[in-house]
Design a protein around this ligand. Sequence first.
Ligand SMILES: *Cc1c(COP(=O)(O)O)cnc(C)c1O
Length: 394
Amino acid sequence: MRMPDVNGHFGEFGGRYVPETLMALLLDLEKDFSLCWKDPSFRKEFRFYLEEYAGRPTRLYYAERLSRQLKTLKVYLKREDLLHTGAHKVNNTLGQILVARRMGKKRIIAETGAGQHGVATATVCALFGLKCVVYMGSEDVKRQALNVVRMKLMGADVVPVESGSKTLKDAMNEAIRDWVTNVRDTYYLIGTVAGPHPYPYMVREFQSVIGIEARKQFLQKEKKLPDYLVACVGGGSNAMGLFYPFHQDKKVHIIGVEAAGHGLHSGAHSAAITAGSPGVLHGCKSALLQDENGQVSIAHSVAAGLDYPGVGPEHAYFNDTGIAEYVGVTDVEAIEALKVLSRTEGIIPALESAHAIAYLPKLARKVKGKKTVILCLSGRGDKDMGTISEVLGA
Ligand SMILES: *Cc1c(COP(=O)(O)O)cnc(C)c1O
């Protein structure tokens, strides 16, 4: 069966857990997105911006020195880090802004945690001359000052959010509040495969360009499909983008890597699937970090982009059905992996992507014979140099 179903369910997950006032908006968006997605002229426009502006297709690069070190794995990196703005997020913001334009919206709002999605949204708003308002927890505004400067340079208004824990989940609540009050001219641009239907589905479709390209490139190079796919999972958009075009290939093993922070039993991590339970957050049912009373827990990861207590509903479904397997990697392991990739390949990965790299030695020890892997290198590490120098004391 094709997922999601008509009400946006992936098995028991997904759906639209929203107040009445948002329902009409979501139904409109669902209809408008599906018209766009069926329209060859929309597809052509989307492809034009992905290629000419963002720099697609990205390379599928054989990491020879890294592979030699791992012995049993032949690793290909899908180089999303080489895209404009330095990560995969622009695939989604370009897709959604084209939908917003077709809907005649003049004002774009977004939530951001570390600021990466805020920057990717401010970027496409500047590109099309649309007004951009980004909600960001006031704690994050302080922690991610450079991204605030970037957004402002590109003309966005950054609104600090003082409620709750003053981080991403509060920013998302505030963005939803804005959306309800400014329905007519405003489009809410969500940054990952989470939120109420149709967002998880729409963002998956936009990010699937990663897996569609990687599949074709791998077949060309190796004349077969890969044995493994590995990607980091925050909300889950880069992972779903790689995974989805392979999800019916029974022989391809799919592995999502969550942030285990200080450890899965430490209470300080972001592993919603491996250490959470089913619950509702931001309009959809999925795996969630919560206490025994259903209060959403505070997530932790050294990688700001993985620091979210929920995860996209389709990942919860992939986990339940065994389509994919989910594992955890700690802060310490991710930092070590960042160093390894830097030294073996001259590529400094984002701390998020380093989580996926960190799983490779564990996988290398488990496999028999020589296996092939496509790993989604979701972003570059430039943004993390402050954190790295703090951690390494350098
Ligand atoms: C935001 C971000 C992520 C996490 O988001 P997903 O939706 O899980 O892909 C991963 N890597 C990078 C580089 C990011 O900026």
